[in-house]
Write a protein that binds this ligand. Structure first.
Ligand SMILES: [Zn+2]
Length: 298
């Protein structure tokens, strides 16, 4: 087996973990993943694929869309009562309440910034995404600046009090460059909120290459609490808190992939069954989605 150098720390003592196909969009590609023993990140083999990663985001890429249909509306109502993947800790809520400017990088359909703006309309809001197909939820909402750009090409002299990266960093081919850029545009006491998949999770151990949040080939670096702490520290950020999401997405999504399930009712039944299990998993700190709160290390 060819030796791979870690994407994040450059260490060459890395173990081969698994090879996975594109299970979500069925692109004809196999991706190898390695584990760095030094910084604990899972990373994708560097190959000819990396510069062309854009080709693996189809026009119907789910995070850009708004799910519709009666059943989906019901699920959305339930999920709004118990927010699962972007539930913030108390301190972050307070910071957001007092913030003057907020930017969501890799905003997808814009759902997160939309919800915050509904609660606090009097702030400067920015939503950035590389794809013009994103922004579906906020396209016609006034008061949110929409920026179609790669984050690496986004030039601004503004400072932001809150910067959010929801399910972005694992997709980035330049995570270090991104953090250096964030350090420049965040206010001195600004809060950085990052949501990423966690490879130190029960779902990853159980489902291996069928793990929903592996999402090969779109996920390039997959963190753990230890690896994200090291990576942020190296780039002058200190972590204040890490929370473990109460989310059924990874578990049910993985079962769906493993058994090739398409029956919507069965999937809803699984969501209901796994909801209490996801709470226990979150208590045990082995969820496959984590939220990280960090500030500049001054
Ligand atoms: Zn490493």
């Amino acid at each position: 087996m060819k030796k791979e150098k870690c994407n994040l720390c450059g260490n060459d003592n890395c173990n081969y973990i698994l090879t996975a196909p594109d299970r979500q969009y069925k692109n004809k590609i196999l991706t190898k993943y390695y584990h760095c023993k030094n910084c604990d990140v899972f990373f994708q083999e560097k190959n000819e694929l990396s510069p062309n990663i854009k080709n693996f985001y189809n026009n119907d890429y789910k995070p850009h869309k708004i799910k519709s249909g009666k059943v989906q509306k019901l699920i959305n109502k339930f999920k709004n009562i118990f927010p699962q993947t972007t539930k913030l800790d108390r301190k972050a809520k307070k910071t957001i309440k007092n913030a003057k400017s907020i930017i969501d990088i890799g905003c997808g359909n814009g759902d997160f910034i939309y919800k915050i703006q509904q609660n606090y309309p009097q702030k400067m809001y920015y939503a950035l995404d590389i794809s013009p197909n994103a922004f579906n939820k906020i396209r016609d909402i006034k008061g949110i600046n929409k920026i179609v750009s790669a984050f690496t090409k986004f030039n601004t002299t503004k400072k932001f009090d809150v910067i959010t990266l929801w399910w972005y960093l694992e997709h980035s081919i330049t995570p270090e460059e991104d953090l250096i850029r964030i350090n420049k545009i965040i206010s001195d006491n600004g809060l950085l909120i990052i949501g990423v998949p966690n490879h130190k999770s029960i779902a990853r151990y159980l489902f291996k290459s069928f793990w929903y949040n592996l999402d090969a080939p779109r996920h390039i670096n997959i963190f753990s609490p230890k690896s994200i702490r090291k990576f942020l520290y190296k780039n002058n950020f200190l972590i204040e808190n890490i929370t473990f999401a109460k989310s059924t997405l990874g578990l049910v999504g993985s079962i769906k992939q493993l058994l090739n399930l398409n029956n919507k009712l069965l999937i809803i039944l699984l969501e209901v069954i796994f909801f209490p299990i996801s709470i226990i998993i979150s208590w045990l700190k082995i969820s496959d989605l984590i939220i990280i709160y960090a500030r500049k290390n001054k």
